[in-house]
Design a protein around this ligand. Structure first.
Ligand SMILES: [Zn+2]
Length: 98
């Protein structure tokens, strides 16, 4: 049994759930959706882009024209990277060159 989850998008105006009215595949990696807020008191309509930004596992039939990086499901936040070692020569070079 597979577990499928739908993509939940929230209204940028009021934060309510929205419904995708129509969507169109723009390119191999971009799909555009026209969204309508479910909150009758809001009525916001907006456009979203769903973009493939990286692969986690390459497909079994790889597309040679696809140039996406391979990474993890979630990339670490900028402040999650390990601190630069104190004896790193680049620090001295940075101080010299500014
Ligand atoms: Zn709304």
């Amino acid at each position: 049994m597979s577990m499928k989850r739908s993509l939940h998008v929230l209204c940028p105006e009021c934060g309510s759930r929205v419904t995708c009215r129509t969507s169109e595949q723009m390119t191999r990696t971009v799909r555009e959706g026209r969204m309508l807020c479910d909150n009758d008191d809001c009525g916001c309509a907006f456009v979203v882009h769903i973009i493939a930004v990286r692969l986690v596992v390459r497909g079994l039939a790889p597309n040679p024209e696809l140039h996406l990086p391979v990474g993890r499901w979630r990339e670490p936040a900028n402040d999650d990277s390990p601190p630069r070692p104190a004896n790193d020569d680049r620090i001295a070079a940075d101080l010299v060159t500014g």
